[in-house]
Design a protein around this ligand. Structure first.
Ligand code: NDP
Length: 239
């Protein structure tokens, strides 16, 4: 099987970095984007273009994709993974945090889909994997805006899946439960962070990023005629 270009956003830590390693092990050339260029370069993966891109910057995102295509051929898989989780209570949270989450988690993901879909449809091939969340299926305390973004990701994924199904392009969502990464570290309330950590401990630990990476590889490596539309994956003891 020809090893085609895979684009992974937010590959500088956590789930994105784990997916970069797994897809590289599968032999794919990669485009990795994130703001922390040093982190993606430090993965030191072969056949990999690393670009410092803020995914909310459509021009920079598009240009990185075009450069990768010139080097490695068409994008066969885009993984929209970049995301931020800023937990807070609706009555006190800074609206700038809501806007940031919607910009990165939702609008930038749509930027990515728009950047690759026309070509995928023309080629009748390709896969987009959007990283949603269990918080895209149910609510959690202090998650109003974050849940809002992830419900949006799940809705957009299903909507676009229906729109492009006839073309043969696959649109998929992965909805992870809690995974040990840097994600929680950007929340400003110590009380909320402590509560979240206690919840993780109470379930005897959470997933590791490679659990999600293996899932993404499994979904992608099914035949093009098979679309695993939506996978929820959590620690067994997560409620
Ligand atoms: P991390 O914080 O470790 O990773 C987030 C990644 O997103 C980083 O690589 C970061 O890169 C990137 N990112 C954030 N903002 C931008 C931006 N503006 N432009 C480009 N890249 C950006 O967390 P996770 O690995 O956990 O998160 C990955 C995805 O998984 C997110 O969408 C998250 O919502 C989702 N998820 C995570 C869960 C968890 O429990 N950890 C559970 C369910 C879903 P940089 O800062 O270098 O730009």
């Amino acid at each position: 099987m020809k090893k085609t270009l895979v684009v992974i956003t937010g590959a500088s830590s956590g789930i994105g970095a784990a997916m970069a390693k797994r897809f590289s092990e599968e032999g794919h050339p990669l485009l990795l984007v994130a703001r922390r260029l040093n982190n993606i370069q430090a993965l030191n993966l072969p056949n990999t273009l690393c670009r410092e891109v803020d995914v909310t910057d459509r021009v920079a995102f598009d240009s990185a994709i075009k450069d990768a295509q010139a080097q490695y051929g068409p994008v066969d898989c885009l993984i929209n993974n970049a995301g931020v989780m800023l937990l807070g209570q609706i009555e006190s949270q800074d609206p700038a945090e809501w806007r940031k989450m919607f910009d990165v988690n939702v609008l930038a993901l749509m930027n990515g889909m728009q950047a690759v879909l026309e070509d995928m449809k023309a080629r009748h091939s390709g896969t987009i994997i959007n990283i949603s969340s269990i918080a895209g299926k149910k609510s959690f305390a202090n998650h109003a805006a974050y849940c809002g973004t992830k419900f949006a990701v799940s809705a957009i994924t299903e909507n676009v899946r229906e729109e492009v199904a006839d073309s043969g392009v696959r649109i998929m969502a992965i909805c992870p439960g809690a995974v040990e990464t840097e994600l929680l570290g950007h929340t400003t309330s110590k009380e909320i962070i402590d509560g979240y950590e206690a919840w993780k401990t109470s379930m005897g630990g959470v997933l590791v990023p490679d659990d999600i990476a293996r899932t993404a590889v499994f979904m992608y490596t099914q035949p093009q005629g098979v679309n695993i539309r939506d996978v929820a994956i959590t620690a067994t003891r997560q409620q």
